[in-house]
Design a binder for this molecule. Sequence first.
Ligand code: NAD
Length: 261
Amino acid sequence: PSSALTGVAFITGAGSGIGAATARAFAAKGVRRFVLVDLVPAGLKAIDTELQAGGAQTAVIAADVSKEDDVKGAVAAAVQTFGRIDYAVNSAGVGALGAFLETPTEEVREQTAQMLKQDPLAGWVRRRGRTDASDSADPKRQQRGSIVNLSSVLGTVAVPGVPAYVASKHAVVGLAKAAAVEHAGRGVRTNNIAPGWIDTPMTNNEHVAAVLEAQTAPGKTPAGRAGTAEEVADVAVFLSSTEASFVNGATWIVDGGFTAL
Ligand code: NAD
């Protein structure tokens, strides 16, 4: 987007990969206030140091977004520190490998629950709907906002060997559509990004390396390579910006052509 972004960015999974790249991309567009959430403190510390060196104010929250109380606590801390959230990007996620017939239903259920609970905006939007003067995130001042969920191309198609992940990412697409139609009247847009195969610590490890190589060959991904976290982050920035003001409930594919084949 050409115009600068102002406001508070709330990013889960901020300590690695797409989440960290999104924090950097927001900073490059002018965002100066960040709430950085992740399960793993080490990655959080690194991105926090980097953003602060660039002049940003940050609130760093070690939280497990699969736990409802952690999510509520993170949102409350964000509102307490900055009084508002303008751009939420839910990038926290894990991918469990396993063949369909060997994957317990419980694992599908757990992974789906985790992906859905990471949506901190239930709490945020509820706050924004309040009208009493004691609410620090005054909805009159703040009738706008954007939520971007990291779904996946595996939220619309499937590949073998990741049934829990496929189910959970389909659920994320549905939840964002439901949020989109309910929150539009409050000025809050909700969209998904569906990345294809992206080179991050999630995929660039010994367990997934062979799959990544096979899936990013030109016969599978026409670009003939994995995407970068930055290429996904740029779309998160666009969807969060006023340039995307009429984009709501959409699932934006960033996959080098994977699903076009
Ligand atoms: P990543 O592993 O580099 O980063 C994910 C981050 O989420 C990590 O820092 C991790 O600590 C954090 N996290 C995991 N579980 C958490 C929890 N319960 N609470 C808080 N933080 C938690 O992975 P990435 O590639 O940057 O993935 C980001 C998002 O994009 C994920 O939702 C992933 O499913 C999605 N995605 C990734 C790809 C890909 O190819 N890399 C493709 C499609 C979608």
